[in-house]
Design a protein around this ligand. Structure first.
Ligand code: AP5
Ligand code: MG
Length: 223
């Protein structure tokens, strides 16, 4: 199953992708996580991406498209994948389609996690992320057992650099201007299902699975 999870910053894409990845035994491909690893390791991509990420802007398409195309070619993606944070604009959606077509693949469903702006800001301000496995916690809504340690792998928890108030605003703006129109593109193809992203995390996972089931079998092949 080839899945895209969409939604604004803080909607729960990472949280839900990890749960779906465990459930369906297919990898989560998070462009944000891959970019943060590149920044930490000071790779060529990381050095170019950092300034864009720090101000909440999109990293140039060429870098991200290349990164995703390579990742989707890995053996563990052959049975399916969950894209988290990609595509984020029209060009990336087109490039993804081209990459998948070349490999004889297609997207089965695009699920949008919908959450209102005020709640997003609250979630991002309280988020803590594991340095080792990228699991997301929230000091208010989803606290770890020990404040500085990941429940799953024991890794250290930290606050993302782009979870500052002014950067959050910039990220939300970019989402509305560039990414939201992509949901319409997928709606037009009969692949998009929006779900309410407010409530208990496990219930949201179930809504996503229901929405996936509704979309599968309703797939229009690319022209
Ligand atoms: P990215 O890492 O993708 O960030 P984002 O889209 O801004 O989304 P987030 O990771 O902030 O939120 P999320 O939806 O994953 O929520 P989470 O599950 O953590 O991108 C970062 C940057 O990288 C971009 O700004 C850009 O510069 C660059 N980039 C990435 N992809 C790119 C691309 N394709 N092209 C160009 N540039 C790209 O949850 C958030 C919080 O809420 C957590 O604290 C969590 O515990 C909590 N939470 C989750 N669910 C619930 C719930 N149901 N109730 C209460 N709290 C909840
Ligand atoms: Mg995320």
């Amino acid at each position: 199953m080839n899945l895209i999870l969409m939604g604004p910053p803080g909607a729960g894409k990472g949280t839900q992708s990890q749960l779906l990845s465990e459930r369906f035994k297919i990898p989560q491909v998070s462009t944000g996580d891959i970019l943060r690893t590149n920044v930490r390791e000071k790779t060529r991509i990381g050095q170019k991406a950092r300034a864009y990420m720090d101000r909440g802007a999109l990293v140039p398409d060429d870098l991200v498209v290349e990164m995703v195309s390579e990742r989707l070619g890995d053996a563990d993606c052959s049975r399916g994948f969950i894209l988290d944070g990609f595509p984020r604009n029209a060009r990336q959606a087109e490039e993804l389609e081209r990459t998948l077509l070349r490999g004889g693949k297609a997207i089965d469903a695009v699920i949008g996690i919908e959450v209102e702006r005020r709640e997003l800001v609250r979630r991002l301000a309280g988020r803590r992320v594991c340095r080792k496995c990228a699991a997301a916690y929230n000091i208010i809504f989803n606290p770890p057992v020990n404040m500085d340690t990941c429940n799953k792998c024991g890794g250290e928890l930290y606050q993302r650099d782009d979870d500052r108030e002014e950067t959050i605003e910039a990220r939300l703006r970019v989402y509305e201007e560039e990414t939201l129109p992509v949901t319409e593109y997928y709606r037009g193809k009969g692949l998009y299902g929006g779900i309410n992203g407010i409530g208990i995390i496990d219930r949201i996972t179930e809504s996503i699975i229901e929405a996936i089931e509704e979309r599968r079998g309703n797939i229009k092949v690319a022209d």
